[in-house]
Ligand binder design. Structure first.
Ligand SMILES: [Zn+2]
Length: 96
């Protein structure tokens, strides 16, 4: 039985989004599954890949599933470092 403490309305399509709007699972990289059914849990998201650690998490609203502040901050930091590295490589005299 599904349970969710996020639901706060009567619109059963409240959670549902297009599949391409969902980010891949942060643990295994597979696309998550959206719960299809009647009731307040319609559209909630979870990874159902066997043995994936995220499979033990509760079903979540798509917005919560897609919200990853640490991952986003790390990706921004990596991009900035890659840019700095490219500049450093261009300024380097290279092998003699
Ligand atoms: Zn997963």
């Amino acid at each position: 039985m599904l349970s969710c403490s996020y639901y706060d309305g009567d619109d059963y399509d409240f959670w549902f989004v297009a599949e391409d709007e969902l980010r891949p699972c942060p643990f295994c990289g597979n696309q998550p599954t959206q719960f299809i059914g009647s009731g307040a849990n319609h559209g909630l998201v979870r990874c159902v890949t066997p043995l994936c650690p995220a499979g033990y998490m509760d079903w979540a609203p798509p917005k919560k599933w897609n919200t990853r502040p640490i991952e986003d901050a790390l990706c921004a930091q990596i991009s900035a470092l890659e840019e700095t590295l490219m500049i450093a490589c261009q300024l380097s005299p290279g092998p003699e």
